[in-house]
Write a protein that binds this ligand. Structure first.
Ligand code: NAD
Length: 365
């Protein structure tokens, strides 16, 4: 569904980097943003892939994201830091914040970084993967300020955000184990994919204007559900939280950890983007397993447990039991081999931005 072309990851990265270069990013920054988006496609999360590039370019024009920004350390307690993302590209700011956390964590095995005021941090699992590559176990909680789209458990009105979290477990010489999801029933990007002709959503991931469970993107986008760029301020319903009252409670706490504690600010208005422009805040905790039960022991236990869980007999409708990160890793192997799927609409949107920026269009064989 909604999949008409396959594009090679390297070619796609170069094309998207050219867009950001023409939109005002340095070559390094353009490449970092492009690589981050293409990597989300490779992981199978098209909702956070190159389809976001047109919006990112618009955000530069609107001043919602500013090229060339770096993190600024507000408070430096050695291994407890508060840093400001200065409205910079999440792909750059996120990487700088993770690198800072791992550098500072080296001294005594623990570091906590509270990041505020970043632009879109994209797929949060990317940050857990970066920390794992540096040997750190990490936990990330993310606040999505200015996107109050999710109804709390037992409620009808938009009060919460999609507030994702990620946990990454480093495995020396092997793939890290990465958990990464939104605490809404699905990420907003998946509703957008469904609204523009992609896969149908499961029932109950949305609630309609009267609070009834729904699978219809109209609940979120109203009459703009079929438009090229659906507008979430137009729907009368909301996204549902995941996991009933437990997911709602987790979402609530993520907002406090990643919005209030970081200084990024919690969601407090609905449909007032002027008062609360979109920003991501992220509370990240970095731990060196060597300082606890020891790296070798920890990894052995982690791998043993993974094998034990996988060994469960699959339930009806499942071929096998997966652990966190399996799906993304498999997707990466397949998409590196076969290319990244791009819909006709997605390609047209990218090429129309390319035309505005006088960048040669992406052509399909
Ligand atoms: P999702 O529902 O696809 O869940 C992904 C997680 O579930 C992964 O850890 C995956 O390995 C695991 N998983 C998937 N299928 C599985 C199976 N069959 N068995 C066991 N585990 C399985 O993810 P989502 O909630 O739609 O989120 C998508 C992306 O959106 C994430 O990368 C998230 O970080 C991102 N996001 C970002 C923001 C932001 O503001 N930056 C906001 C919301 C979401």
């Amino acid at each position: 569904v909604n999949e008409e072309y396959r594009v090679d990851a390297v070619a796609l990265t170069a094309f998207v980097a050219a867009l950001f270069g023409a939109a005002g990013c340095s070559p390094d920054e353009a490449h970092a943003v492009s690589t981050n988006l293409v990597d989300a496609n490779l992981a199978g999360h098209d909702s956070h892939g190159v389809g976001r590039a047109p919006r990112y370019v618009e955000m530069i024009r609107e001043g919602l994201v500013v090229p060339g920004r770096r993190i600024a350390i507000d408070r430096d307690g050695g291994n407890v830091l508060t840093v400001d993302g200065a409205s910079g590209f999440g792909a750059v700011i996120g990487a700088q914040a993770v690198d800072l956390g791992c550098d500072r964590g080296a001294a005594n095995g623990v570091c906590v970084v509270a990041l505020r005021n970043a632009s879109h941090l994209g797929r949060i699992g990317a940050w857990a993967e970066r920390a794992a590559a540096a040997g750190f176990l990490s936990v990330h909680f993310v606040n999505v300020r200015g996107r109050s789209l999710v109804a709390p458990y037992g409620g009808i009105d938009r009060r919460m955000a999609t507030s994702p979290m990620s946990v990454g477990i480093p495995i020396a010489g092997g793939a890290p184990i990465i958990l990464d999801f939104a605490t809404s029933a699905v990420a907003e990007g998946k509703v957008m994919v469904a609204a523009t002709g992609g896969a149908r959503l499961p029932d109950g991931v949305l609630v309609d204007a009267d609070g009834r469970p729904s699978a219809d993107p109209v609940a979120l986008y109203g009459e703009t559900a079929g438009a090229l760029v659906p507008n979430a301020s137009r729907g009368a319903g909301a996204l549902a939280v995941f996991g009933g009252h437990k997911g709602s409670g987790l979402n609530f706490m993520i907002e406090l950890l990643a919005g209030a504690l970081t200084g990024s600010g919690v969601n407090r208005t609905f449909r007032d983007a002027t008062e609360q422009p979109f920003r991501n805040g992220m509370l990240s905790i970095y731990l060196d397993p060597e300082r606890f039960a020891g790296r070798d022991y920890f990894e052995r236990e982690a791998l043993d447990y993974a094998a034990y869980v996988r060994s469960s007999r699959p339930a009806q409708g499942h071929d096998e039991v997966l652990i966190p990160g399996d799906k993304e890793r498999r997707s990466r192997v397949l998409r590196l081999r076969d290319g990244i799927p791009l819909s006709q609409v997605g390609l047209a949107r990218l090429n129309s931005v390319a035309e505005q920026l006088s960048v040669p269009s992406l052509t399909m064989r």
